[in-house]
Write a protein that binds this ligand. Sequence first.
Ligand code: DUT
Length: 240
Amino acid sequence: EQLKGAVTFEHVSFRYPGMSTYVLKDISFHIRPGETVAILGSTGAGKSSILQLIPRLYDPTEGAVYVDGMNLKDVKMDDLRKRIGFTPQESILFSGTVEENLAWGKSDATLSEMKAAAQDAQIHETITDLKDGYETKLGQKGINLSGGQKQRLSVARALIRKPNILILDDSTSALDLQTESKVLDAIDKYKCTLFIVTQKLSTAKRADKIMLIDDGKIIEEGTHDQLMNTSTLYREIAYS
Ligand code: DUT
């Protein structure tokens, strides 16, 4: 395949269309294919805004984003869609069966692909326990899932496409430490580049790079061990 999963931000500044204030200010970083990046920062810091630029939900106001050295603007949207898995902060599930929800975005997904992804996202057993298994209807007239179950279903949906770049925007926040760690162990096998917004120290610890975001800027970056040595702010987060 074309994309391997390197992601580069070059002097990216960003304001939402129609807004005058910049929510991202001169962000630069380079992530190698297969690396895991944990993104930490308080609410409104700009974490989601950074991540939304990778699947081109928005384009930078200034600067540029590159995937495998290609400016995103020169990559076919179709290639991007196939290669980038993105689970937004609020999982988007619609009224339809579990199967239909899983196959959203990859309509040719086979049942065995769905089951494999669901197993990796630690949601397969929940699904098989439902009245009609993978054919159970969700939503208004169907079953309502818990927050954590919805999150795991969205992760499964993203995994089905075997993305080169996986972006989990706070999509594991409702999972307990053990379940999250099982999901992350499974994601490791996909060898994709992973961006994960998290508040969990256990998740930050396993990242190749942690980025601390504040007020639209990267204020610290490094591994857990590096930041424990160099960053008072990170130590405060770690001990809180
Ligand atoms: N913002 C907008 N319009 C949007 C989304 C966000 O103006 O559609 C603003 C709100 C905030 C800034 O952008 O001042 C950064 O928001 P973002 O959602 O990127 O921050 P976060 O770090 O992801 O916050 P949270 O942890 O609450 O999701």
